[in-house]
Design a protein around this ligand. Sequence first.
Ligand code: ZN
Length: 159
Amino acid sequence: MFRIGHGYDVHRLSEGRKLILGGVEIPHTVGLLGHSDADVLVHAIMDSMLGALALGDIGHFFPDTDEKYKGADSMKLLGEVCHICREQGYKIGNIDATVIAQAPKLAPYVMQMRENIAAVCGCEVSQIGVKATTEEKLGFTGEKLGISAHAVALMTENI
Ligand code: ZN
């Protein structure tokens, strides 16, 4: 038995914020704005996992109105989502995610992101796919106003 889910997230780029993607702090002139650390990649991944099990989204589990999650480390939240999925009897089959950012170049950081996510989820790096692309200077990502991320998760029954 397996189930598939999709996740999508966007955060605005802002001065005076850190840029954290896949748990990697990336040197850049601006960072992502959000209640938590605004790790848009990890947010999309968590939504894809929860979506696969029809459990809703991360806003339901970690509301941004809750002071507890102010500045939260999204990798810790990912660990909680993995726990929730295990309780439902599911584990990750594989995840495929795409980060859409005009800048900076993300390729040098992709392997570290995959390793971070796999470590928290207790799976192999080969089960976690991360890709980075631009939108050819078009739209809000192209104009460097924000960064978006898509993710698809295949969750398999934990027999
Ligand atoms: Zn988010």
